[in-house]
Design a protein. Structure first.
Length: 152
């Protein structure tokens, strides 16, 4: 019975994420990516505490994929200018901390990556709230936000 409940919960969570993504603004999508990366890091910390090497590796790999393939790939370096370039460099640093954490089983590196991503997430949450209040205004000709994430 517990496997049935776990499968039902997994299906519900997938549906909730898919529904949230379909209705999300570009800023909200970025927040969701940060949230997923931070959750993966906390999953890695729990696996590390249990001595679960495979679980730790899988969770850190998930966090790296979110940062590398989600956040970094979504950067529009041309439109985002210096801000986008600085974010790209910070993402490189975070990925390196995550790789180091996995290689050396270093919880402090996981904490640092989670803290940095959490701070960035907080900033994007503010942008998302401001964007909800004024949907017109700071956008490009294509209707995209004029910050560093230009792909909608």
């Amino acid at each position: 019975m517990t496997a049935l409940v776990a499968n039902a919960l997994d299906a519900y969570q997938r549906l909730e994420v898919e529904t949230g993504v379909a209705a999300a603004s570009p800023q909200r999508l970025v927040v969701m990516l940060y949230d997923g990366a931070v959750k993966a890091i906390y999953t890695a910390r729990a696996a590390m505490a249990r001595g679960d090497v495979a679980g730790r590796g899988a969770a850190i790999s998930k966090a790296i994929a979110i940062v590398d393939e989600g956040l970094r790939c979504a950067l529009d370096l041309k439109a985002g200018g210096e801000i986008a370039a600085n974010l790209a460099a910070l993402y490189d640093y975070i990925v390196n901390r995550l790789l180091y954490a996995n290689l050396k089983q270093d919880e402090a590196s996981l904490e640092e990556a989670a803290r940095l991503l959490g701070e960035l997430k907080s900033a994007w949450e503010v942008l998302d709230r401001k964007g909800q209040g004024a949907s017109a205004g700071a956008s490009t000709d294509e209707g995209r936000p004029a910050l560093s994430y230009g792909r909608a």
